[in-house]
Design a binder for this molecule. Structure first.
Ligand code: PLP
Length: 378
């Protein structure tokens, strides 16, 4: 039996320990310090576009602080892609606001611009006010249709908060995901493109927004010698130890991205002759996904298998796979929220599977996974 092949296991460069050691040697074992500044500078260089970056305790915290700065308050509505992980939408709920869910289109699997516009118009008609923000997601690292989404957002003057938690390094028309919106959220959780063991970051437009984000992330402490608070803050800053891991990870980020793309290319080659399995891929050259996970749709009529049977077969062959994200409008916790859907994400959820694509997945592993699928199905 082969060793188990996982979806996306963390992979260290070796440089992480030296940054952590330095933090210990200089006694910077606190939630600020040289590694935090260094990691932020690395990320700012990486995403480009003159953006600033604030390192935080989680991607979820990044979305939360972004929404606060967009003025989201109790009773407001925020439009959110339905086909996503719950962390895209939950911070809206933390603020006493209501997520309004919009379905995906079938090319990128991300927010459908036509349904976005329908939703905006209908919410204005029904509530008399505009949604406060739009949260598109670059799911599985596939860039959303940003030109269309940004044009609609600009037309209705609604700010965009991009959820780029799965899309570190993905590009749309040569620009990094996370830099298109007013804010962009990144995640460095254990199974993302890079990890800080747990962490995230908010991409912000300028130095002033960076200061404001840091203020909210450190309990909204005013500049007095004593502790003065005029607003509610949070304890969301990344620690200097976690940022040390992040700095080490930044040295291998480009390699990780290249590897994820290589694994996707292999799947594309091996699945090319296979009826009933469709590998999710970029619609055209404007889209340059990081291919965080490679994902497939399984046609039950052509293969005689549904995604769950295939998941169980692969699990028995020691391969970890996972169904696609269950859309938020189908989640019990969000069942009463307004939603603008056409069945696209529901169908994807019923047909799809995520395949291993992390830094530890070898060419032989990909061949083994595809062979296992072929043997199971034929
Ligand atoms: C992982 C993830 C997040 C949240 O990031 P955390 O760092 O785990 O809080 C948000 N949105 C999406 C789409 C994610 O995959």
């Amino acid at each position: 039996m082969n060793n188990r092949i996982y979806l996306c296991l963390a992979h260290m460069s070796g440089a992480e320990m030296s940054y952590i050691q330095e933090a210990f040697d200089t006694n910077w074992v606190v939630p600020l310090g040289p590694n935090v500044n260094g990691f932020e500078a690395d990320l700012e260089r990486f995403v480009g576009c003159d953006k600033k970056v604030v390192a935080l305790s989680a991607g979820t915290a990044a979305i939360h602080l972004g929404l606060i700065q967009l003025g989201v308050k109790p009773g407001d509505e925020v439009i959110c892609q339905s086909f996503t992980f719950c962390a895209s939408a939950n911070p809206v709920t933390y603020l006493g606001a209501t997520p309004v869910f919009v379905d995906s289109e079938s090319e990128t699997w991300n927010m459908n611009p036509a349904l976005l516009e329908t939703a905006i118009q209908d919410r204005i008609k029904k509530t008399g006010k505009k949604p406060k923000a739009i949260i598109p997601v670059h799911l599985y690292g596939m860039p959303a249709k940003m030109d269309e989404i940004l044009a609609i957002a600009a037309h209705y003057e609604i700010p965009v908060l991009e959820d780029a938690a799965e899309a570190l390094g993905s590009e749309y028309k040569g620009q990094k995901c996370g830099t298109f919106g007013h804010f962009g959220a990144l995640s460095f959780n254990g199974n993302k493109m890079i990890t800080t063991s747990g962490g995230g970051a908010l991409v912000v437009p300028d130095e002033e927004a960076k200061k404001k984000t840091m203020f909210y992330a450190t309990q909204a402490r005013e500049s007095f010698p004593y502790y003065q608070h005029e607003e509610i803050g949070y304890n969301y800053r990344m620690s200097n130890i976690c940022a040390g891991i992040g700095r080490g990870q930044m040295t291998v980020l480009e390699e990780h991205i290249a590897h994820h793309r290589h694994v996707h290319d292999l799947y594309a080659m091996f699945f090319a002759d296979m009826e009933g399995i469709i590998l999710h891929h970029a619609p055209n050259a404007d889209y340059r996904p990081n291919y965080w996970l490679s994902t497939i749709l399984i046609d039950p009529e052509k293969t005689g298998f549904d995604y769950e049977q295939l998941r169980v077969a692969l699990d028995a062959a020691n391969v970890e796979t996972r169904p696609l994200w269950k859309p938020m409008h189908l989640q019990p916790v969000y069942k009463d929220n307004p939603c603008y859907v056409d069945g696209t994400s529901e169908k994807l959820f019923q047909k799809g599977l995520c395949l291993p694509a992390g830094p530890w997945v070898t060419d032989e592993d990909v061949r083994y996974i595809v062979d296992t699928i072929k043997e199971a199905i034929v």
